[in-house]
Design a protein around this ligand. Sequence first.
Ligand code: NAD
Length: 443
Amino acid sequence: MTPSNPVAEEAPTDGQESSPDVAEAERTTNPESALATARRQLERAAAHTDVDPGVVERLKHPTKLQQVSVPLRRDDGSLDVFTGYRAQHDDVRGPYKGGLRYHPEVDGTECIGLSMWMTWKCAVMDLPFGGGKGGIAVDPKGLSEEETERLTRRFAEELRDVVGPKKDVPAPDMGTGPQEMAWFMDAYSMQQGETTPGVVTGKPPVVGGSYGREEAPGRSVAIITREAIDYYDWDVEETTVAVQGFGSVGANAARLLDEWGATIVAVSDVDGAIYDPDGLETNDVQDHDERPGMVSGYDAPETLSNAELLELDVDVLIPAAVGEVITAENVDDVRADMVVEGANGPTTFAADAILEERGVPVIPDILANAGGVTVSYFEWLQDINRRQWSLERVHEELEREMLDAWEAVRTEVDDQDLTWRDAALVVALSRIGGAKETRGLWP
Ligand code: NAD
């Protein structure tokens, strides 16, 4: 029934060689890709650790890249075939973990780079997971709900051999959400013959999802921003903040910081930004989920473009929309005193170096938005134990995990005089390197 997939069948299973697709994906990489950036960040941080160079070399490559064809019967009876991917970077500390995105530009190279970031993110948080990332090259806006369900179920079947609660645990990402995770879990469970909620996280609570998962990345961005404000001896009551992207991450971060006393002067959606130097009432602005497009339609004193928001003279800039928005081209116009990365990869490698030269701290994504994967870990624990936690418990445990991670990274910043990104990577690499060196290389 399942069409044979020569790529997956030929993929090596010893975990250390590249399959033909990995080699191809690695060859086609461009210098600004997530993969190239992840590798350069790895090399830079490795210089501050005593991790064996052989281990660093292994970490430049994924264990595996799965490429699958996902046929879809359209509502009108016609058939389309989409390409799906799952990159599995490293699992030395536990199952691969990372999102599945539905986006026209998903490709193997991007999935490998993003899966590397997931390995570091899980290690910074000291979670027993490695890094994975995948998705389908499809525009989800062009699919009906029924088509999305059929596509997701077939994708789950194509990935069935490589995912599982102890192997690889996907989660929502761009273009996917709790409903896709519920379909994925159901398809997997039907084929396994047993309900297996722990195969994915980010599910609705009624089928084993965790309370607090949706707001967790934004909550962690707010917690880490609060700690950073405190570290630099600023007063949160006098701190101005601009947030690009008022979606799940941006709106939750902005509203919490607002609640804690910060002045949120600007927020944006894809169509533009609203600005009030006296501070916006963030609870009155509808976020992307509540009503897409409402940010730029809000009656604020001033409207700005997204580019202008990035150039505001604020204390904290939180890019929480998409990747690669602070680049070598616009970084000289960025006037914020600190950047906290809410989105994944919003600062390019070149822009990062310029901000470092200027002494502008950049608190990296792998720490700041790691609340998402941390509550995913809580969800996985709840699924395995078949016992749901209260929202209060999720918030308490998340706060504790974020503070532990912050403390580990801050120690490296202070002890080794590192940037926040290098320090976070040093924490991650030391944990991963320690596990790899102790386990050794098989055979
Ligand atoms: P979302 O879809 O809920 O919201 C995205 C917001 O950004 C919306 O307001 C949208 O209008 C705006 N936007 C989209 N494209 C834009 C552009 N080019 N310029 C300016 N604004 C734009 O998405 P989200 O879940 O909040 O994710 C945002 C970022 O955070 C992504 O990079 C995502 O990978 C990352 N992230 C998300 C999670 C999660 O669990 N939601 C976890 C970690 C990291």
